[in-house]
Structures are given as C-alpha cells and as structure tokens.
Write a protein that binds this ligand. Structure first.
Ligand code: 2PG
Ligand code: MG
Length: 412
C-alpha cells in the first residue's frame, strides 16, 4: 500500500480572492495529491471553523510543525490520517487546526493514494462496484449573501436537468437555461449589466418572486416544462434573513418581514407555484420542526438541510428523529475532515436522506468533490453552472463519462 513520503502546504487564494490553504501530499515519492480548501459566505452556526483566529497562516504553521506525524502513514488509510489530525485537535469544530486544514489533508491524501493505486478517486472512497452520476444542479440567479443590494433576498435560484439521460445532456441543458436567462433579463431591463454573483448566477435588480418568474420564463422559452425536462430549485439560506431578537425573517431588500408561520407559507407557495424539485434551508438553521412541516407537505421535493444539518452526523441524527428533511447537503469543509463527511454520508444513506454534494461560494479550481459526489451516492451535485472554478467540477464529470464503473444518472 502507498505510504506518505512528504507533506507540504502553502497559502493561495480562493475564487473570492480570500486567502486559503493548499496542501500537497506525496505517496511513495511520486504520487501527488493536491487540494486547496474552499470557504462559504453563508456559514452555518455549527460548521467547522475554517481557520484558527480566521488566519490561514496559523493552519499552515500547524501543518509545518506537525508534518512529520503523517510521514509513513498509508495514504489510503483515511481513518489513520483523520486520527492524526484529531491528535492535534480534539475540539468539536476544528477550532485549533482549522477545518480547512483537515479538509485539504484528508482529501489530498486520498487523491495521492488513488494515483498510486491507479484508480479514480471515487473508487478509492467507496467499496461499491457500481456508481451513478449525481445530477448537476447549479445557480442561474443569485442574491442574498452572494450578491449585492437590489438582488433578491433569497440566495440562489438553481436549475437542474431532471430529465437528462446523460451527464453531457444534463450539463448542456443547465448551460442553455443560464444563457437564455441572460436574454430574458436583458429584454426586460436593457440596463442589466450582465453582473453575476459569487457562484456565477446572474445578479439582477429583482425582487424574489420576479426572479423566480424570469427563471421559469427562461426554461419555457427553451420549450421545457418545469418538472419534466428541467426543474427549478431554491436555496433560501434562511438563516441570513432570520433575526433572533425579533423572532422574524427580515426580507430587507424586498421590504417585508415573515413570522415563523408566514415563512413556512412563503416557502410553501414558492415550492408549489414553481414546482420546485429542490428547496434548501427554507427556514433557519435551528427550526427543525418548521422544516419537518415542509418535508411532510412536499414529499416529492428535496426538502434539504444545509445550515440546518452542517454535514454533522449528530445533527443529522437529530434531524432524522423529527423528520426535518428528506435530503441533506454534504460539504466536506462544514464537517472538517473527509472522514467526518463520509460518516455523515453513511448516516444519510442508511436513513434514506438523499445526499447533495456541494461546492462553497468561495471555491478553488479543484474537482475532487465531483468524485466525492459519485462515491457517496449523492443524487445531485451542486456546483454552479458557469465560472472557471464551477466548470472545473462539471468538466471532471465529463472526463469520467464512459467510465466502466459508472452507469447512468442518479434517480431522485
Ligand atoms: C450554500 C453555499 C453554496 P456558501 O449556502 O449552499 O451554494 O453557499 O458556500 O456561501 O455557504
Ligand atoms: Mg445553502
């Protein structure tokens, strides 16, 4: 089995231009695994801390001081790598070494092992013998924490080619809708700047429902029927609107407030009207009972936890008990190490909670999450539609198309 022979790190920048850490792990002196950590803008309260003191340099210093501890370990032994990280940081949120360091070390190690074993990363991460492509879902219109004033309060309107039979078709369909939406936006506002949010979705000056209407129009213009060839999704990212003191959701840009009950109705009306296949964080991160109400009402929609479940197996277990969601986002850096994230995936899969492996708004051009999505049996891969750091993940799926072990698209 391949053994780790060197560990190095450096400071780089993510797609938002913020500092982050990249880690190189080499096995048997020649197989390089290289991973650069992403980071979020709408961050869940219970996520792993990205860096100690919010300083990537502190994580790098810790890596340099402890790199010898990884030398000689089997790079494919994820548990051993994870345990070594845990010997440096036993906090519940990686506040000592930073979740970004745990992310980069564990994934780089598995990538290095994959190269040494001459197999794709997804095969190294799973003992399954057959895999499916997760269906790509990506931003066509952005607001909230990912775009400026005047854009919708809701964070993301997403497109998903639910009817696609191949990965190529799925990606091309999403791209076509993204393109068509620009035309629709230009037509209704000739002064539209073609500005885009952090994840490549258009960022027009539009209020929430109008933004959904133009998104639906773009699909219809292409001859698609919502819920058939394509479907829309929304990441409400409701913790951004939630004001604990007032006990209300504040939609500052649109100029209204929702009580808890009104928020449930607001989300339910949108799910209904736009036949959403996917509704993420429709209520705030601690509103398990309210999410459960939506999950019960919409069994055919992926009522998805992101900030609600933060890729934590303990929090997901709590969510499962009250039937808070029928789907959950998997973001490795929310959990910290890849080992933690795979444990979360096991709990989800054992309890029929559908997985959506996801990017962060501040990304690198890496593409390992495409493999993580495949290996975990994720139904969807949420990685955007355009932008170099988003396309990198989609292109990796295309490279894997026709691979012996992958047969067809995931069924939702
Ligand atoms: C989200 C993500 C990714 P961020 O809320 O789901 O789309 O955004 O990385 O800013 O948390
Ligand atoms: Mg989210």
């Amino acid at each position: 089995m391949p053994k780790i022979t060197s560990v190095e790190g450096r400071i780089l920048f993510n797609s938002r231009g913020s500092k982050t850490i990249e880690v190189d792990i080499v096995s048997d002196n020649r197989f390089l695994g290289r991973v650069c950590s992403p980071s979020g803008a709408s961050v869940g309260k219970y996520e792993a801390v990205s860096f100690p003191n919010e300083n990537p340099e502190d994580s790098l210093k810790i890596l340099k001081q402890n790199s010898q501890k990884f030398i000689g370990l089997e790079s494919s032994d994820l548990k051993a790598i994870h345990d070594t990280l845990r010997s440096l940081d036993n906090s519940n949120n990686y506040s000592i070494i930073g979740g970004s360091l745990a992310f980069a070390v564990t994934i780089a190690s598995m990538e290095s092992a994959s190269k040494a074993l001459e197999q794709p990363l997804f095969k190294t991460l799973s003992t399954d013998s057959e895999f499916k492509f997760p269906i790509p879902i990506g931003n066509i219109l952005g607001g909230g924490a990912h775009a400026g004033p005047g854009t919708p309060d809701i964070q993301e309107i997403l497109i998903c080619a639910t009817g696609a039979k191949t990965i190529e078709d799925a990606i091309e369909t999403n791209l076509a809708v993204h393109k068509e939406l620009r035309k629709v936006l230009q037509k209704q506002d000739p002064s539209f700047t073609n500005g885009r949010g952090d994840e490549g979705g258009w960022a027009p000056k539009l209020e929430n429902l109008k933004a959904l209407e133009v998104s639906a129009k773009a699909c219809e213009n292409l001859g698609f029927t919502l819920g058939k060839e394509v479907a829309l999704g929304v990441d409400f990212a409701s913790s951004t609107q939630w004001n604990e003191g007032k006990g209300k959701y504040l939609y500052d840009r649109a100029g209204f407030e929702n009580s808890t009950g009104e928020q449930i109705d607001f989300a339910a009306d949108i799910i209904d009207k736009f036949k959403l296949i996917y509704a993420e964080d429709a209520v705030h991160e601690e509103a398990f009972e309210d999410m459960a109400e939506l999950a019960a009402k919409f069994p055919n929609t992926l009522v998805t936890g992101d900030d609600l479940t933060v890729t934590s197996k303990d929090i997901l277990t709590k969510a499962i008990k009250v039937k808070a969601c029928n789907a959950a986002i998997l973001k490795v850096n929310q959990a910290g190490s890849l080992y933690d994230a795979l444990e979360f995936a096991n709990v989800a899969n054992q309890n029929n909670v559908k997985l959506i492996t996801s990017h962060r708004s501040g990304e690198s051009t890496d593409s390992q999450i495409s493999h993580i999505g495949i290996a975990t049996g994720s139904k969807m891969l949420k990685v955007g539609v355009v932008g170099g750091e988003r396309i990198a993940k989609l292109n990796e799926l295309l490279r894997l198309s026709g691979h012996d072990f992958i047969c067809g698209m995931a069924e939702i």
